[in-house]
Ligand binder design. Structure first.
Ligand code: GLC
Length: 427
């Protein structure tokens, strides 16, 4: 049944009172939903449109936004500051945004709160701000190391456990491949541009050296330590050696382009890249493996950043009920399974991980569950609406180290002071 909106009901009553004789029907709403522009995102959006229009009789239009989480956040802040209702109704919020955008997100508790038991508890709770459900998890992400199975076999190597092993193997195979005429072959690609993705990569370098998470759960600034400095220096050492200088301009898709083209041995990326790299037409189809990101030698640990995107509704929407109906479709098991099959992103619903359609395509999925559980959150909760400034300070510091402008030691000392100025007395 089509929901009848209050405004429509009011218009009908008003026209009846005025004696307007035409028979009016409830107007279908046109909802605007964010649709990504990566890989097969559009096919997924078309699937959602079909489900939504069939179920509700409303229409759906898609809005395309920039890929970079940092750029998107800036754009949403502008859109929401203007309080305009017509720009976007349903959008994706990065896992680190609820504390920043909460005032602009509709409370979904009433209508969608019953979905909680199906989702990873951490992902769900992350969207509950001051008791209000601000979004429903769409996908969950974690940093992974991708490698070329064929090349490791050919050169008699195993997937690395430590960064030192990774560097050694990368150097060896890069040299041999170039020797064999593959001039633009590199050992490693990752996300080194100054944006949110670098925050995730650098957090992994720092945490794997037991350098913490910049700000701990109690809100204390912890970044100024030897492990953190070492992690940043390690990555700086890769530039121009096993990783191209251009990596300092790479986001996820630039890294995937190089790896998928067959020009890199290792790649740090999120799970979505697996299915795309294994797609028909991919030059590395059938030659891609994934393992947890390496740890530092000695007492280091494997550290993967936790990422993910949530379906949220703009507080300024004119169609809150239709928007909630759309989020319910986006959140259901079939949609999350279809999205994985089409785009490769990992579902945020834990009950679809044993779906044979998922396991057939990506047998590693069942193992990912434990990686998700151990993944390291960026300090978004303790820093609340200051998180964007904290992350900005961190990725700029990491970038300065990659770029050779300063040592890891100086960068973490400066960053500590900068974070203290952002924090003042309290976050
Ligand atoms: C992925 C993650 C997201 C993160 C972003 C950084 O999209 O899911 O949480 O902020 O990468 O580039």
């Amino acid at each position: 049944m089509k929901p009848i909106h209050l405004t429509t009901a009011f218009a009908l009553a008003a026209s009846a009172a005025l004696g307007v004789g035409t028979i009016q029907t409830a107007q279908a709403a046109t909802l605007k939903m964010e649709c990504g522009a990566t890989g097969n995102d559009r096919a997924f959006c078309d699937y959602v449109e079909q489900r939504f229009t069939e179920a509700t009789g409303h229409d759906l239009e898609f809005v395309e936004l920039p890929n970079s989480s940092s750029e998107k956040l800036g754009l949403f802040q502008q859109i929401f500051a203007s309080g305009q209702s017509g720009v976007v109704d349903v959008f994706q919020a990065d896992v680190v945004w609820p504390g920043i955008l909460a005032p602009h997100m509709l409370d979904l508790s009433d209508g969608l709160g019953d979905l909680e038991p199906h989702f990873f508890p951490g992902a769900w709770q992350n969207n509950v701000i001051d008791g209000e459900l601000k979004a429903v998890p769409g996908l969950i992400d974690t940093g992974l190391l991708f490698y070329r199975t064929d090349l490791l076999d050919q050169y008699n190597e195993q997937p690395p456990q430590t960064w030192a092993e990774m560097e050694r193997i990368a150097r060896k195979i890069q040299a041999a491949e170039r020797e064999a005429g593959h001039d633009n072959f590199w050992g490693l690609v990752f996300q080194g541009k100054a944006y949110e993705g670098l925050t995730c990569n650098a957090l992994e370098w720092v945490s794997s050296h037991n350098g913490g998470t910049l700000v701990n759960a109690d809100g204390e600034i912890t970044i100024n330590n030897a492990g953190a400095a070492e992690g940043l220096d390690m990555a700086a050492g890769w530039i121009g050696d096993i990783a191209p200088r251009g990596v300092m301009g790479y986001q996820e898709e630039e890294s995937r382009a190089v790896f998928q083209n067959g020009d890199a041995l290792f790649m740090r990326n999120w799970p979505y890249a697996y299915l795309l790299a294994q797609d028909e037409g991919s030059p590395v189809k059938g030659k891609v493996g994934i393992v947890p990101l390496p740890k530092a030698s000695g007492d280091g640990q494997h550290a993967a950043a936790l990422g993910g995107w949530q379906w949220a509704v703009s507080r300024y929407t004119d169609h809150p009920d239709a928007a909630k109906a759309l989020v319910r479709i986006l959140a259901d098991a079939e949609t999350q399974t279809q999205r994985f099959l089409m785009t490769g992103v990992s579902p945020a619903r834990k009950d679809v991980y044993d779906d044979p359609r998922i396991l057939d395509k990506a047998p590693y999925m069942s193992e990912l569950l434990s990686v998700f559980e151990a993944a390291i959150a960026r300090p978004a909760s303790p820093t609340g609406d200051n998180y964007a400034r904290v992350s900005n300070a961190f990725y700029n510091a990491a970038f300065a180290v990659l770029n050779g402008e300063m040592s890891g030691e100086k960068a973490v000392a400066d960053l500590e002071r900068r974070l203290a100025r952002i924090k003042r007395n309290a976050w």
